[in-house]
Design a protein around this ligand. Structure first.
Ligand SMILES: Cc1cc2nc3c(=O)[nH]c(=O)nc-3n(C[C@H](O)[C@H](O)[C@H](O)COP(=O)(O)OP(=O)(O)OC[C@H]3O[C@@H](n4cnc5c(N)ncnc54)[C@H](O)[C@@H]3O)c2cc1C
Length: 327
């Protein structure tokens, strides 16, 4: 059986991979986007307020719009899981093995994003986006003047507490240990906030409410339980990035993120990366889209150079007479 060959394969149909796809497919390169699902973390955003250009949108709506835009340019798409990427001996090609198939590609764009860790309490899923949130920098603005709690670890918890203290009337900061861990200046700043109540040696054991979250149960190290009324609970337990399928080919940093330089270049000449799985500082949709576009152009330029062509600086084209200008 012959293996299907592509010029560019993109892994992940979150905002980053879909944006990369738009920029590659628009250049008429043969492109396949492989993803477990459409939208990635965007599926956890019922109300999207900070994507420039739309005042009120949702994550799933943006995902569908980006998918349509990609397919308009004849990009191909398959829903599957990438299990392994390998170099092909004696060639510059890469082999991409998925759960159902195998493909060859000249170039690869990694956009597999990340998945936030859950709290792990029984009825948590029922209250997701109905009071239980996993991204304080994204969702804190919805809690202006309201009562909130944040539970988590290290720097994630400190950042969450500081962000919420600017918006909410009250913030319970819940952590398992006796001391807060992380940056000393941030700890000092948290301790000075009048609307933040530290809740050490404790964990959240239950979330409850009618249609949306109303109460959380806190259990301390001695086993004493108490209920507190909150409008919102922020879970800041870090997130999982799974790059087992490609970590033998690209350099990862100590946080397990792909190290990228300008244009989404990785340490492998044929592999580019963008979005939340990379070492970018601000993990937001607009950044993922911008970096995806850059990785798309870089991958396209890479395949053009393999053919001895000059590549492009951006994908904005203008034809004057017989000449095509790229800007
Ligand atoms: C609860 C929550 C709320 C948020 N709210 C906002 C907000 O309001 N505004 C904002 O700008 N940002 C928000 N964010 C952050 C934003 O969603 C992310 O920054 C963005 O989605 C990252 O895009 P990405 O394409 O890098 O990765 P992701 O969105 O994580 O997408 C990665 C894709 O890759 C796929 N994938 C992974 N591994 C494989 C594999 N091996 N094979 C095939 N497919 C694979 C996944 O299934 C997924 O489809 C929020 C995040 C969360 C969790």
């Amino acid at each position: 059986m012959s293996i299907e060959e592509y010029e560019v394969i993109i892994i992940g149909a979150g905002p980053s991979g879909l944006s990369a796809g738009i920029f590659v497919a628009r250049q008429r390169a043969k492109c396949l986007l492989i993803s477990k699902d459409l939208g990635g973390q965007m599926n956890m955003i019922p109300k999207l307020e900070n994507y420039p250009g739309t005042i009120m949108s949702s994550g799933p709506l943006l995902a569908k719009t980006l998918e349509n835009q990609y397919l308009t340019f004849n990009g191909e798409m398959t829903f599957d899981t990438v299990e392994r990427v390998d170099e092909v001996e004696g060639s510059t090609d890469l082999k991409v093995k998925t759960g159902r198939s195998e493909y060859l590609t000249k170039s690869l764009i990694l956009a597999p994003g990340k998945v936030p860790n859950n709290l792990g309490v029984e009825n948590e899923i029922q209250f997701q986006n109905k009071g239980v949130h996993y991204c304080t920098k994204c969702d804190a603005p919805f809690y202006q003047g309201r009562t909130t709690a944040t539970v988590g670890v290290g720097g994630y918890l400190l950042e969450s507490g500081i962000l919420l203290s600017r918006m909410a009337s009250k913030v319970y900061l819940i952590y398992r240990g006796g001391q807060l861990g992380g940056d000393k200046d941030m700890i000092e700043s948290i301790k000075k906030k009048n609307n933040v109540e530290l809740v050490p040696n404790s964990s959240v054991t239950l979330v409850s409410g009618n249609n949306s979250l109303q109460q959380i149960q806190i259990k301390d190290n001695s086993g004493v339980e108490k209920m507190i009324n909150v409008d919102g609970l922020f879970v800041e337990m870090g997130s999982k990035i799974n790059l087992d399928f490609v970590k033998h080919l690209v350099k990862l940093n100590t946080k397990g993120e792909i190290e990228v330089t300008d244009g989404g270049k990785t340490t492998h000449p044929a592999i580019f990366a963008s979005g939340d799985a990379t070492n970018i500082p601000y993990k937001q949709i607009v950044a993922a889209c911008g970096d995806g576009a850059a990785a798309g152009i870089s991958a396209f330029n890479y395949i053009e150079k393999l053919k001895g062509k000059p590549g492009i600086r951006s994908d904005w084209k203008k034809t004057i007479g017989d000449t095509v200008f790229h800007y």
